[in-house]
Design a protein around this ligand. Sequence first.
Ligand code: SF4
Length: 300
Amino acid sequence: MSNSESNHGASAFRTTTRHMLKSSKEYQRKTLMGGLSGFESPIGLDRRDRINALKTGDIGFVHSWDINTSVDGPGTRMTVFLSGCPLRCQYCQNPDTWKMRDGKPVYLDAMVVKIERYKDLFEATKGGITFSGGESMMQPAFVSRVFRAAKEMGVHTCLDTSGFLNANYSDEMIDDIDLCLLDVKSGDEETYKRVTGGVLQPTIDFGQRLNRRGKKIWVRFVLVPGLTSSEENVENVARICESFGDAVEHIDVLPFHQLGRPKWHELRIPYPLEDQKGPSQALRDRVRQQFESHGFTVYV
Ligand code: SF4
């Protein structure tokens, strides 16, 4: 594995992930603009038209977008948060992205025009476009067509995903991804199920496919005391990362915090981590050392 700093030239390019930062002052400081401004929404499309357009990738359902630096991949990036997610992570910071129908339908062409507008900025900062979510792999046709257009413009592409919907992606689609921010949410099926409600194997399969296609991965692991923190679980995550071979540039250990709690309350969803205080420095250090002992570059 190699160090992302050697590729991108500065440690400021390390990822910090919007899951942890989107509600924070630091995230807002790094964000130039965003929301849903600048996209004309398709009008006159009935439900069936929308489903068909989603299948072909003519439209995508978008929660919001922003321009940020050093958050969702290298350089200055346009990050598009798609709506819809099949998982239900206990520590989710953005439960408002779970339902696709809560997003705004946006035309493919409008998205491509917006990327074109920022092309020079991306080039100057070695940035690009990132699809995040929700779960970015829920809208494979839209994402892959936008990525194809971005690659034709010479723009760097990044997919922020859990990999849970591995089966939605063909090898040809993977070929247009430059970097994947891959959430490895736990190291064994039982813990993964408890943390997310889903199954782990597709994440492993997707990471290994990325490696076989010569892609780069920044692994993210959310550290929640008593939920994901056991030595055994961390060891298993490390072994999974090893199975991704040289694709892994570094691992981000993301200490759990409570920035997402207000959204769970607003949506009146029972919040399972109500009293969780986050990991101590000693626990962070132990987890860092565990990953480092496997030879990984780790940011905590
Ligand atoms: S993958 Fe988990 S953390 Fe990410 S949006 Fe879905 S439920 Fe939330």
